[in-house]
Design a protein around this ligand. Structure first.
Ligand code: NDP
Ligand code: OXD
Length: 318
């Protein structure tokens, strides 16, 4: 059994050598090779663990049985028309989920507690004791109520925010208002002050964060105007519509972790927009230790005839 590791991404967390070491430790009875570093015969590869591999690479592996995606989102993989039709497993991992919950909580709180305004005041040496409302006065809406959205919802609810989730099918969760499907999207948006996007990028969700959607967000909240937090995928949002919404006051601020083009080009106005917080697609990094152990566990279990978990439904696109 040989596992091919193929990673095509920048960032401290994506060192191929580091991931290879983790997989070797987690799979002592397997051979582990890394694309671009090790020589291998494509006919030997039975499993692949990948993050944004070069299109066409996996199609060259005739004995491939399972593809393990090292992140939660599979949009980049599914964009490869040559992707072999073997089971595709995505990362669902407690460490990754908690990291996203940290990101969402941090950004909801910083907008709620008006940190950008206080930082501007500090820079101007200005003492600015403005009113601060309670969390219970703020309505957070989580667009995409799956593994990540639900965990974030639990923490935000505990803090006291009024939380709602939107998914394709209703996904009940204690203390959270649940909305589902296109028919309930308007009602969900109409009660939302801080919109958190945690949707996968699919043909249905591409461009969903647009002018029309922003205009349906609540206008009667304590924040004055709604806030957008996108940690799903850049393809969910229409950048020009975010600028327009910020300029007209339809949105008051945005935290963006994901972008139409990544890395975000130096010429992008988003870098310097006073109402935008940019983070470099690191809301929830895939941790090599945590994910390698999960994937290795699945490879061993599958070898013993047990079913795979977290298989992507290619028709749905997530
Ligand atoms: P899940 O598959 O667990 O959840 C996806 C949610 O989106 C589900 O609730 C699903 O509905 C809902 N959804 C999908 N399509 C639609 C639609 N057309 N209309 C309404 N709801 C829809 O995914 P995760 O929570 O694990 O991850 C979500 C995304 O987060 C990933 O796909 C990835 O793009 C992004 N991500 C970003 C990271 C970062 O660092 N910025 C890190 C990790 C992930 P239903 O429940 O009914 O199926
Ligand atoms: C993911 C990501 O999908 O890091 O896991 O974006």
């Amino acid at each position: 059994m040989t596992l091919l590791l193929a990673i095509n991404s920048v960032g401290d967390g994506w060192s191929l050598e580091c991931w290879r070491d983790r997989f070797k430790a987690a799979l002592p009875d397997h051979r582990v090779v890394a694309e671009g570093i090790d020589d291998y015969d494509p006919r030997d590869i039975t499993n692949a663990a990948v993050w944004k591999p070069a299109p066409g690479l996996l199609a060259r592996l005739p004995e491939l049985q399972v593809i393990f995606n090292l992140g939660a989102g599979v949009d980049a993989l599914l964009a490869d028309a040559t992707l072999p039709s073997v089971p595709l497993v995505r990362a669902v991992n407690a460490d990754l989920t908690r990291r996203m919950t940290e990101y969402v909580t941090l950004h909801v709180l910083l907008h709620h507690r008006r940190l950008p305004m206080l930082q501007r005041a500090q820079a101007a040496k200005q003492w600015l004791p403005k009113n601060q409302w309670a969390a219970s006065a703020v309505r957070v809406g989580i667009l995409g109520f799956g593994t990540l959205g639900r965990d974030a919802a639990e923490v935000l609810t505990r803090i006291g925010f009024q939380v709602a989730g939107w998914s394709r099918a209703p996904r009940p969760l204690a203390g959270v208002d649940v909305y589902a499907g296109v028919a309930e999207l308007g009602a969900f948006l109409g009660r939302t002050d801080i919109l958190v996007a945690l949707l996968p990028l699919t043909p249905e969700t591409r461009g969903i964060l647009n002018r029309e959607l922003f205009s349906q967000l609540a206008r009667d909240g304590v924040l004055g105007a709604p806030v957008l937090i996108n940690a799903g995928r850049g393809g969910l949002h229409v950048e020009a519509d975010i600028f327009a919404a910020l300029d007209t006051g339809c949105l008051s601020a945005a935290s963006l972790d994901v972008f139409e083009t990544e890395p975000l080009p130096a010429v992008s106005r988003l870098w310097s927009h006073p109402s935008v917080i940019v983070t470099p697609h690191n809301a929830a990094d895939s941790d090599a230790d945590a994910i390698a152990v999960d994937v290795a566990g699945q490879i061993v279990a599958y070898g013993k005839g047990l079913p795979l978990r977290n298989i992507v439904d290619r028709k749905r696109g997530y």
